[in-house]
Design a protein around this ligand. Structure first.
Ligand SMILES: Cc1cc2nc3c(=O)[nH]c(=O)nc-3n(C[C@H](O)[C@H](O)[C@H](O)COP(=O)(O)OP(=O)(O)OC[C@H]3O[C@@H](n4cnc5c(N)ncnc54)[C@H](O)[C@@H]3O)c2cc1C
Length: 391
């Protein structure tokens, strides 16, 4: 049997590594092909650090060649253009085609712009390592250029960063950026007094999935670190270096970062597979795409039920990894003809950093603040790093 896995992110890589181990243990010669547009695996949960520091770039990526060395997984670097479920074939943008017996879709997510005029054209996303590097270079360039100006008004616009979206990504980024701007100002000669960071959200709370306590803590931390929080603030349009916000107000900023939401890649809907409003593949309790026994989807690009109340699991790396572990077992069980169990999600909770010294979280449903969040996050990250490099 030939299993093709699309996407070597948290979900796809975990599926591939675990399935390869199970196949090798049984001496089976079925083939696993892992496809990704990049030659590296991205630790996306670290890219806000990459974007706000000169030294942390390499920590957020691992060479896939090195991870897969000595495994029986075939790696194909290429960008997926389309999926043909009837022909059981995946087409890559360079014209190659990959036939499959079982297909795993783990293509992650893209930035959602919700049709806000100008948002796609005039803001920067933060979903990939490449986008993080671009943002970092842009920030360094703005600070360096501001140092050469003498007009404080112009300097202020050049040194203003607007972050649209007060969810996990926006809050993590705002916290890291606030801790970096002091040293960046010193290094570049930009006036620290003209630096502004604005975090905007249309909701009345930051990190709304946690409830008011987390928003209060985030607002407190941001207030201490000079981040201005604008809640109940919808973005009406984005123009070059300018946000038009609700109430006819305008915010001028040379750096506008859009982290207001995510959606699944269009490839899934274009293949005729069933999707929800965010373009995520609708899956059953075994992570089969509904109505397609040979196709599975997981991670950010799948709509996975959180229980029986109709709610969906959040898009986080922790769930993506767990689903990858589950799917490797399920595909293997199907191959050897043993009984497959259905996917049951444990309520893992989330951990969100608010800069290098603060955070909020609810691991296993328990609210926690401050250093314990960062310690837990670090521990999970180290465990993950070891799990992808160990044989
Ligand atoms: C700044 C930030 C901080 C975060 N922090 C946390 C955190 O602390 N904890 C947590 O649990 N979650 C966190 N998340 C969320 C987490 O990163 C995602 O939920 C997770 O990456 C989803 O894993 P995935 O495997 O579904 O997708 P991804 O990890 O995005 O992997 C998708 C893969 O598919 C590849 N791909 C996509 N399209 C194509 C194509 N057309 N052709 C070929 N390859 C393609 C990509 O290159 C990528 O390798 C954070 C996200 C961000 C942006």
């Amino acid at each position: 049997m030939h299993i093709v896995i699309l996407g070597a992110g948290y979900a796809g890589l975990r599926t591939a590594l675990n399935l390869d181990r199970l196949l090798r243990e049984r001496g089976m010669d079925d083939t696993v092909t892992l496809v990704d547009q990049n030659s590296y695996h991205q630790l996306i949960q670290k890219i806000h650090v990459t974007a706000t520091s000169r030294n942390h770039g390499p920590e957020a990526i691992y060479s896939l060649g090195r991870i897969l060395d000595s495994r029986q997984i075939t790696f194909v670097q290429g960008r997926v253009r389309s999926i043909a479920p009837v022909e059981r074939e995946v087409l890559l943008e360079d014209g190659r085609s990959l036939p499959y017996d079982r297909l795993v879709i783990a293509l992650g997510s893209e930035t959602a712009y919700y049709n806000v005029p100008g948002a796609r054209e005039h803001s920067m996303p933060l979903r990939t390592y490449a986008e993080a590097m671009y943002l970092r270079d842009h920030l360094v360039a703005q600070f360096s250029a501001a140092a050469t100006l003498s007009d404080p008004k112009k300097q202020r616009i050049m040194l203003t960063t607007a972050i649209v979206g007060g969810g996990c990504t926006g809050c993590e980024l705002a916290g890291e950026l606030a801790s970096w701007v002091g040293s960046l100002s010193k290094e570049t000669g930009a006036p620290r007094s003209e630096v502004r960071i604005a975090l905007l959200d249309r909701n009345k709370l930051l990190l709304k999935q946690f409830g008011p306590w987390a928003s209060r803590e985030a607002e407190r931390v941001f207030d201490q670190h000079g981040v201005s929080v604008y809640l109940n603030t919808a973005i009406e349009s984005v123009e070059p270096n300018m946000l038009q916000v609700s109430g006819g107000r305008v915010l001028r900023a040379n750096t506008i970062i859009w982290v207001a939401g995510i959606c699944a890649p269009r490839i899934i809907a274009e293949a005729g597979l069933p999707v929800n409003g965010a373009g995520k593949a609708i899956v059953d309790h075994y992570l089969h795409v509904s109505g397609h026994d040979a196709i599975f989807a997981l991670g950010d690009c799948a709509a996975v039920a959180a229980g029986t109340d109709g709610s969906m699991l959040p898009s986080t790396a922790s769930y993506a990894i767990r689903q990858g572990e589950y799917l490797a077992e399920t595909i293997f069980a199907e191959m050897v003809g043993t009984v497959t169990r259905s996917y049951e999600s444990l309520k893992l909770g989330e951990l969100v950093s608010l800069g290098p010294d603060n955070g909020v979280g609810n691991p296993l449903g328990m609210p926690i603040l401050g250093h314990p969040v960062l310690v837990l996050k670090k521990g999970i990250e180290q465990y993950y790093r070891a799990s992808i490099t160990a044989l």
